[in-house]
Design a binder for this molecule. Sequence first.
Ligand SMILES: Cc1cc2nc3c(=O)[nH]c(=O)nc-3n(C[C@H](O)[C@H](O)[C@H](O)COP(=O)(O)OP(=O)(O)OC[C@H]3O[C@@H](n4cnc5c(N)ncnc54)[C@H](O)[C@@H]3O)c2cc1C
Ligand code: FES
Length: 272
Amino acid sequence: MSEPRTEAPFGRRLAPLEANRELGAYRLLAVRDPDGPTNPRPGQFYMLATAEGWGADGERPYVPRAFSYARARGDGTLEFLLEAVGPGTERLGRVSAGESLWLTGPLGVGFRVATDPKARHLLVGGGIGVAPIVCLSDELGERGEVLLGFRTAAHAEAATLFDHPAALATDDGSAGRAALVTELLRERLDRSGGEPAVYACGPPPMLEAVRAICAERDVPAQLALESGMACGFGACFGCVAPTRNGYVRLCVDGPVLDAADLDSALFAGAGH
Ligand SMILES: Cc1cc2nc3c(=O)[nH]c(=O)nc-3n(C[C@H](O)[C@H](O)[C@H](O)COP(=O)(O)OP(=O)(O)OC[C@H]3O[C@@H](n4cnc5c(N)ncnc54)[C@H](O)[C@@H]3O)c2cc1C
Ligand code: FES
């Protein structure tokens, strides 16, 4: 099952930086993209690179990097939550006033919201994977229950992005409950009422735990997966992932896949 992709305009476009601010262990980037589509789907992503200084350090980073958008404001502003883990994310985290980003997108297939009026929407985000959960929570409003897990209180600062209350867990107990976010999910699923529908994004072990918990209970789940992406639009086959129906390219067939189509969310090249 897949829904039509939002058609990305052909080619890349320059998006001037509006803001780059620290958010605990992460950074929040806002760029102006007035000519891009105003209707990306939560879970879709953009390929980003800085206009200046990309490839400057021994040609690294070379290709652009993939980012889920956290918010698309109606005025043409896009917000991205970023964790610096290597040369691309470090360079992007250092963009300053007056600089612009090269941007392609929105790309891929995002989350598909269950239409059953009895659906109990459970949104599960882990670490930097909370980015697409922000815009999904905006869309669902009070109908979506948000469960967030982070390593520490510094990472949990990202929970302040949510307009609706979210249940919080950290690995070290420095904010919210000392627990894994999957424990919060298990508790919610053990409560009766409604037809649970789970939407998740986070590190591969978290996604695999979500997949297994939902499979045990026969609860439908959609997982936003990651793999190395060089092009973002189906050309390089760098992002292939194994499913029960054969290999798919996560950039065009995903990154959001039905958990029921996966034997495991842990596959070679998945996430970090
Ligand atoms: C669809 C999608 C959405 C994403 N959304 C976000 C987001 O909202 N915010 C954010 O901070 N990051 C996001 N990422 C991850 C981000 O693209 C990577 O962290 C980034 O490409 C790393 O580049 P780098 O040059 O900083 O580090 P690199 O040196 O390229 O990578 C650092 C380490 O991470 C591994 N790695 C890098 N990218 C990936 C990947 N995609 N999958 C598996 N392993 C990888 C590398 O093998 C290396 O070990 C997303 C990735 C995808 C595919
Ligand atoms: S990233 Fe190139 S085919 Fe998916």
